[in-house]
Design a protein around this ligand. Structure first.
Ligand SMILES: [Zn+2]
Length: 312
């Protein structure tokens, strides 16, 4: 296998090091994930848009499946090869049968392909860490990084600039969005519906009481709980919502049906329930910008960012 350190096609020694340079391999490609260290680093590079954005396992999984989904377009190639082989072996009459059989096999193979479960990647990060390697920008698990007040401060917009409050349904989404600097790029405070991080909550309440022009936006996984989220937020009294425009951005299962980029993970198998952080951050950021700026559904924002096949 190719070594990520010396780039040579090296053998893996008995103690899982590169026979050329001594690099300690973290992953064993004979495991169900089938990944080498270099494969994983390439996936991470893709998921982080070349090292620029923080990402979680959910996007890593999408990239992983994209690499693995068989190419449906291969069946004409198979047909030609099958035809040639049939002709060589048994003459012109067998050529047609060979072509049909090969094309059929490939087509059937691609049709019946199913992505492995997301849990296939559960241990890869820990295995890399144990060998002393990091995946740049990877958020390995909900960090609750921003319990520590000093950290969010670097990402907060100035109070005078705050135009929006974005409420998400999971604390982990706060970490992902704030690490990627969404608060500053959208002039927004990002908090979860359970009030995390708790020192941003009073800032949000003060600003909402002060300025009715600040919009409240709900953002969540596609769990069909969005209606509940709106009601929960109103019932919980977490924020002074009266008099503010409140907009449910999504994502909703029926928005996911339009996201052809997610085809490799076959979202229909989970009835289009997918986590929000399956979407690359720059795509989500552009979609949110369009959606909030123009007061249009998030799906329209995704269309503008080139992420869906057509507008819903
Ligand atoms: Zn090496």
């Amino acid at each position: 296998m190719q070594c990520p350190k010396c780039s040579k096609q090296a053998r893996r020694s008995e103690n899982a090091t590169c026979t050329e340079c001594g690099y300690a391999f973290g992953l064993d490609p004979r495991e169900p994930h089938g990944l080498t260290d270099l494969d994983l680093l390439k996936l991470a590079h893709q998921a982080s848009s070349g090292g620029r954005h923080h990402f979680t396992q959910n996007l890593l999984y999408v990239c992983y499946c994209m690499e693995r989904v068989p190419m449906k377009a291969l069946w004409p190639v198979a047909a030609v090869l099958g035809g040639v082989l049939g002709y060589q072996l048994m003459g012109s009459r067998a050529a047609v049968m060979g072509a049909a059989a090969a094309a059929g096999l490939v087509y059937h193979g691609t049709k019946s392909w199913r992505p492995p479960p997301p849990s296939v990647l559960d241990d890869v990060y820990d295995q890399m860490s144990a060998a002393g390697h990091r995946l740049p920008r990877f958020i390995s698990r909900p960090l609750f990084e921003f319990r520590d007040e000093d950290k969010y401060v670097d990402h907060l917009p100035r109070a005078i600039d705050v135009d929006n409050v974005i409420v998400v349904d999971r604390n982990g989404l706060v970490d992902w969005l704030v690490l990627n600097d969404l608060p500053r790029s959208l002039n927004a405070l990002v908090i979860s519906q359970s009030g995390y991080p708790n020192y941003v909550l009073p800032i949000a309440i003060d600003l909402l009481n002060l300025r009715k022009s600040i919009g409240i936006y709900l953002l969540h996984d596609s769990t069909q709980s969005s209606l509940a989220m709106r009601k929960q937020l109103a019932d919980s009294g977490l924020l002074p919502t009266a008099g503010h425009r409140m907009f449910n951005l999504g994502i909703e299962p029926d928005q996911v049906t339009y996201m052809k980029h997610l085809d490799p993970i076959q979202p229909s198998r989970t009835r289009f329930r997918i986590p929000l952080d399956s979407i690359p951050f720059p795509i989500l950021e552009r979609a949110l910008y369009t959606s909030i700026k123009r007061a249009v559904p998030l799906l329209t924002g995704f269309a503008a960012a080139g992420w869906v096949g057509r507008e819903g």
